[in-house]
Design a protein around this ligand. Structure first.
Ligand code: ATP
Length: 323
């Protein structure tokens, strides 16, 4: 392997820049030529590819977002699109790829490797934490910190006005951000897609807390819940508790932004090094992750399987602490 291309794809996450920087630096360390592919697979198809060296990665580690930009590419889902992408890579002599993104992006890398034999390694870049083969994905910790900071502020106003707030957090079909942010902000209840909570249970819980004269009530709702998001849940609860002053806040995309936390910087840096070293050691079609603080390479096919779910014990802790 002599020339490695790196790209970020799918939803952006804080720490992607730190990961790109680590990949480029490690490539330079091993005397490789490094290329940035802009706007994910879309840029691969449109030949938006540039040689990168150390001057391109000054002061990027601490910045949120991704300086390579990210995109979703419908064309890359077609065999023709992938063929064009392959030809563009060949024209630059790029003989290996590091793909930083979520399960969709890694699925693309797996397919591309199978079709064209381009060695590819994936890094888990998503705030959702919904990839197996790593304890945490790059951006998850920062997103939880951002959510907690926002919820702390909501609590101030909730307490001043005796309000009941429903706060919706991101996470797609996974409740990782919700459970972390919920425990970390002393939520009254946490609704996650993995565990259905009947609305009657939630209403009973809120009634008990009212009797106990709790100063404020904040319910965290994961966006991917089967009973709906915060707006839907709030209107269901309102029918049972009409005397409450209920408000809804959807945190939305602010959870994707911001400077990465120290944990995400460390994670992205370790995995960036692991990606390039993995490729040099012949580890292809795998995702580099960190489990118990050790780098682990998991076949992409296994990493993208939707079998990682919120720890039962986290759920138990949340329940005890919100009683
Ligand atoms: P996030 O979890 O933050 O949404 P993601 O990587 O899962 O990130 P997707 O939109 O699912 O985001 O995927 C990103 C891109 O990866 C897609 O736009 C597409 O170009 C490519 N991709 C996804 N799935 C496939 C597939 N089955 N075949 C080929 N390419 C794919």
């Amino acid at each position: 392997i002599k020339k490695i291309g790196v790209l970020t794809s799918g939803g952006d996450s804080p720490g992607m820049n730190a990961a790109i920087r680590a990949v480029i630096r490690t490539g330079i360390y091993y005397d490789l030529e490094m290329y940035g592919i802009y706007r994910g697979y879309e840029g691969m198809i449109q030949n938006d590819i540039k040689r990168l060296d150390s001057k391109h990665i000054t002061h990027v580690l601490e910045r949120g977002g991704t300086f390579l930009k990210s995109a979703r590419s419908a064309e890359f889902r077609t065999p023709e699109g992938r063929k064009t992408a392959y030809e563009n890579l060949k024209s630059h002599g790029i003989d290996a790829l590091v793909v930083i993104g979520g399960d969709g992006s890694l699925t693309g890398a797996h397919l591309f490797y199978k079709e064209f034999g381009i060695p590819a390694i994936g890094l888990p870049g998503t705030i959702d934490n919904d990839l197996s083969g790593t304890d945490s994905t790059i951006g998850f910790d920062t997103a939880c910190n951002t959510a907690i900071e926002a919820i702390d502020k909501i609590r101030d106003t909730a307490t001043s006005h005796d309000r009941l707030f429903f706060v919706e957090v991101m996470g797609r079909d996974a409740g990782f951000i919700a459970i972390n942010a919920g425990i970390g902000s002393a939520a009254a209840a946490i609704l996650i897609p993995e565990k259905k909570m009947p609305i009657e249970h939630l209403v009973d819980k809120l009634r008990i807390r009212t009797k106990a004269k709790k100063a404020s009530n904040i319910v965290i709702v994961a966006e991917g819940g089967k009973s709906g998001g915060a707006t839907e849940i709030a209107s269901l609860v309102e029918k049972h508790l009409p005397y409450y002053d209920i408000k809804v806040t959807i945190l939305g995309h602010l959870q994707r932004g911001g400077s990465p936390s120290s944990y995400d910087r460390l994670l992205a840096s370790k995995l960036g090094v692991a990606a390039v070293e993995g490729l040099l050691q012949g580890k292809y079609d795998v995702m580099a992750g960190l489990i118990n603080n050790k780098v682990v390479y998991t076949p992409i096919k296994k990493a993208i399987v939707d079998d990682k779910s919120v720890d039962e014990d986290d759920f138990r802790v949340a329940k005890i602490l919100s009683t």
